[in-house]
Design a protein around this ligand. Structure first.
Ligand SMILES: [Zn+2]
Length: 431
């Protein structure tokens, strides 16, 4: 007998009345209109079954710390970094673990089952790295957590308590402990040339170890911040094609159009992907502008049109940089769609892909998708297609991981007490 059968499902590619057959932890087939006895059957009732949401850019060491030790008054990136510096000495292993686990509970409830988190390594104790490696093991049965060694205060700029620039040693130690991706923050180094030097150093470190790279890159409104050019160059020089991601890339918003026309081709040639973080970029960038005020998000549709993989990340939830958020990647896609003005039908579907299959590719996830032989990981949404899912930030009716239901939410249905009107509404257009 089949272990789990999902009937009458719509899929992201537009097929409907599909049956998903699960045995053990894998999808063993996806067939139209199929029915058979199963140990457990879910009737999707025409609703969308999507592969799980994936967040390609997050900071789980800082999450849910909002207000500790104080809130960010200016709302700027730099005050956020300073505030995190104040909080760092007060962090404890247990508090880091507890906050991260609480966030993973939210994530699972929202069908977010894979997260790439940057972890600050500018700390002689490497406390956050140890805490998140512990969390990674704890959540493994239900959520894939990928750790990036992130030198928040600059791999070359940061000094330890004895005044030595030892961040590279800490980064190497974090990789040896089990972090899998090399991070960086070239725009925060002291000069442009130091930034470029940091990109070279970190890419060489990744190449030597056969690892992926994901840098906070040009998270500034300064159009002259061009570290993405160096990142693309080093990727190509070291043969890292397909393994390097530029996160944020907000300076591209303000760059000269002629220069961007060269840059996008360089990124494409190097196979560098991009992650925009719409909720954070729209609130943090443009803070020094009067009016008109820049949006600051990178050039998402133009990058996509050039064939570059672009994902949307959540980046922050209730931390020194951002006071809101709930682990809902549909909220992230919704904001990305608006900020990038991606309102065409295909463009809206691309925004859904930017929080599902594109970040899965960037993370290098194996067995991802609602297809034969993939892991039985998926989300039943209260929506019939990806556009409706974004519009309504659809309720996650059921979340399945490795063939088992791990979260459920009641449908979003309001009861109405109105004369000559239906008794309920679920916000879906009648079809
Ligand atoms: Zn970030």
């Amino acid at each position: 007998m089949i272990d789990l059968l999902v009937k009458h499902a719509a899929l992201v590619d537009g097929r409907d009345d599909m049956s998903i057959i699960v045995n053990g932890d894998r999808i063993t087939d996806v067939l139209p209109g199929f029915d058979a006895p199963a140990a457990k059957t879910i009737d999707a009732n025409g609703m969308l079954v999507s592969p799980p949401f994936v967040d390609a850019h997050f900071h789980m060491d800082a999450t849910l710390s909002y207000g500790l030790p104080r809130v960010n008054q200016s709302g700027t990136l730099l005050e956020g970094i300073a505030l995190w510096g104040e909080l760092k000495p007060q962090l404890t292993f247990d508090a880091l673990v507890e906050r991260a686990l609480a966030y993973c509970d939210w994530a699972v409830a929202k069908g977010l089952l894979a997260v790439r988190t940057h972890v600050d390594i500018c700390d002689e104790r490497l406390l956050a790295v140890e805490a998140l490696l512990h969390v990674q093991k704890r959540v493994k049965p239900y959520l894939d957590l990928q750790l990036v060694t992130f030198p928040q205060d600059g791999i070359l700029r940061w000094k330890d308590s004895k005044g030595n620039a030892t961040a590279i040693n800490l980064l190497r130690k974090a990789l040896e402990l089990g972090a899998e991706v090399v991070g960086g923050i070239p725009h925060f180094e002291r000069t442009m040339s130091e930034g470029a030097k940091s990109v070279k150093l970190l890419c060489e470190e990744a190449a030597k170890r056969g690892l992926r790279v994901d840098m906070h890159c040009d998270e500034t409104d300064d159009p002259m911040s061009r570290h993405i050019e160096t990142l693309a160059y080093e990727t190509q020089r070291l043969g890292l094609q397909g393994r390097v991601n530029g996160s944020h890339l907000t300076s591209m918003h303000s760059m000269d159009n002629y220069y961007v026309s060269k840059l996008i081709a360089l990124m494409r040639e190097a196979g560098v992907s991009a992650v925009a973080n719409p909720l954070i970029n729209i609130t943090i960038q443009g803070r020094h502008d009067t009016y008109p005020k820049r949006r600051g998000m990178t050039r998402v549709p133009e990058l996509m049109a050039a064939g570059i993989d672009v994902a949307f990340g959540h980046d922050c939830v209730m931390d020194p940089w951002y006071s809101l958020g709930s682990g809902d990647m549909l909220e992230v896609a919704h904001m990305g769609l608006h900020v990038a003005q991606m309102t065409g039908q295909d463009a809206m579907r691309q925004c859904f892909d930017a929080v599902t299959k594109t970040p899965a590719k960037i993370l290098g996830l194996e067995g991802y998708g609602v297809e034969k032989d993939c892991y039985a990981d998926f989300v039943l949404l209260q929506a019939r297609d990806p556009i409706e899912a974004i519009r309504t930030r659809a309720t996650r009716l059921a979340v399945v991981r490795r063939g088992k239901v791990i979260a459920e939410t009641a449908p979003n249905t309001a009861t109405l007490m109105l004369p000559n009107r239906p008794g309920t509404t679920d916000f879906l257009l009648k079809r």
